[in-house]
Write a protein that binds this ligand. Structure first.
Ligand code: CP3
Length: 353
């Protein structure tokens, strides 16, 4: 059932700063959350995950709830992100894959021809019943803090499937995109349907915003993005439109694509640290909020440097119609959690009205 997330509260009678910023409405303070806020930087995460493979953890609602809550207990973040992975829905439709520690997703039989593409079946809600259960439990635990659901974007999922694992150059992926455009479109269309179905499951269970992570699409130039990726991302965002939850779109190294990523149908465009937010405002144009964009590596510098850079991000973010503070990519595993706690407090203090 579509829900009205604009009325989501962060406390009695109080609207969530995160949802307000996504909707480009006035905020009590700049909201902040971190990509990968749950994960190896937290000792309690390492303890909860000890001896449990990543994909097994993702399928256990009790663990998903615990791990999603860990950063919310530790930091005064304005949103939680569902603990899962972009390959979870692929595993759920029967693809033989694993997440190897320190490597990432590895696919047993890479998808490289029409027969393999045609074997990718649609995702049914029953395939991810564990996700429904976990999100429902989380919405209760979280109270007024909104939960962000997520899925992998079509280029990034296609790259893992075609390459068979992580790739820096995405050569086979791009070979299909350039050389077999019809097969490519069929693959991305199926991945878009799977991502949309996974996102709907999360929203129907109580997620109040969604983020589409097309992390590796920054390797594609704007014209190819427009013809070969954007139509599929648009299909995902359009499928979510009736739910009226904010839709965030993020990728790494996407400075040249920011406008197009907004055009695809995002309400909020995520920006990595390579483009200053005031410049990103110009690239994205009116009618969008921005999310970002402190370099995650800045957290290894002395505190006064972190504080100066944070103030700079906030100042540039004020030129946007709405700003959700985040890092330019995920929290690095060796980050000191106390620095993140201090960073959240600084963002709130500096931006409070
Ligand atoms: O806190 C959060 O942000 C929520 C959890 C989350 C995970 N994966 C958990 C995870 C999210 C949002 C993701 C998305 C994801 N997964 C992306 C897009 C985001 C991005 O970083 O750009 C991508 C590209 C993947 C694929 C993937 N899964 C990679 C590259 C890795 C890291 C491999 C490694 O060990 O370095 C994973 C595994 C993974 N997903 C971990 C976590 C916490 C590490 C597993 C572990 O702790 O052993």
């Amino acid at each position: 059932m579509p829900q009205d997330s604009a009325t989501a509260a962060s406390g009695p009678g109080e609207e969530s700063a995160f949802l307000l910023a996504c909707r480009r409405r006035p905020v009590p303070h700049t909201p902040v959350w971190f990509m990968r806020q749950a994960g190896r930087s937290l000792p309690e995460y390492r303890e909860a995950r000890a001896g449990i493979p990543m994909l097994e953890a993702c399928a256990r609602p009790d663990l998903v709830v615990e791990i999603t809550m860990q950063p919310v207990r530790r930091y005064a973040v304005d949103a939680a992100i569902f603990f899962s992975d972009i390959v979870v829905p692929l595993k759920a439709i029967g693809i033989d894959l694993d997440i190897k520690p320190g490597v990432g997703p590895v696919i047993a039989d890479p998808v490289r021809d029409a027969a393999a593409v045609d074997r990718l079946r649609p995702l049914e809600p029953g395939d991810v019943a564990f996700a429904t259960e976990a999100v429902q439990a989380l919405t209760g635990e979280l109270g007024g803090t909104p939960l962000i659901g997520f899925a992998g974007g079509p280029f990034t999922l296609a790259s893992y499937l075609i390459e068979g694992g992580p790739s820096k150059t995405h050569d086979r992926t791009k070979a299909m995109m350039y050389g077999e455009p019809e097969l490519w479109a069929r693959l991305l269309d199926r991945l878009a349907d799977i991502a949309a179905a996974y996102l709907k499951v999360q929203v129907e269970a109580g997620a109040r915003a969604i983020q589409l992570f097309d992390s590796w699409v920054g390797g594609v130039g704007p014209e190819d993005y427009r013809t070969s990726v954007l139509p599929h991302s648009r299909k995902i965002f359009e499928a979510l439109a009736p739910y009226d939850v904010p839709r965030i779109h993020f990728g790494v190294g996407t400075g040249e694509l920011l406008g197009l990523m907004g055009e695809a149908g995002a309400d909020v465009v995520g920006v990595d640290w390579r483009v200053p937010l005031d410049e990103a405002v110009l690239r994205v144009g009116p009618g969008k909020a921005l999310q970002g964009n402190l370099d995650p590596a800045i957290l290894f510098a002395p505190w006064d440097v972190i504080a100066d850079r944070t103030r700079d991000v906030l100042a540039r973010g004020r030129t946007a119609e709405g700003h959700v503070f985040n890092l330019g990519h995920g929290v690095l595993p060796t980050t000191d959690p106390d620095k993140l706690a201090r960073l959240v407090d600084l963002v709130h203090e500096e931006s409070a009205r």
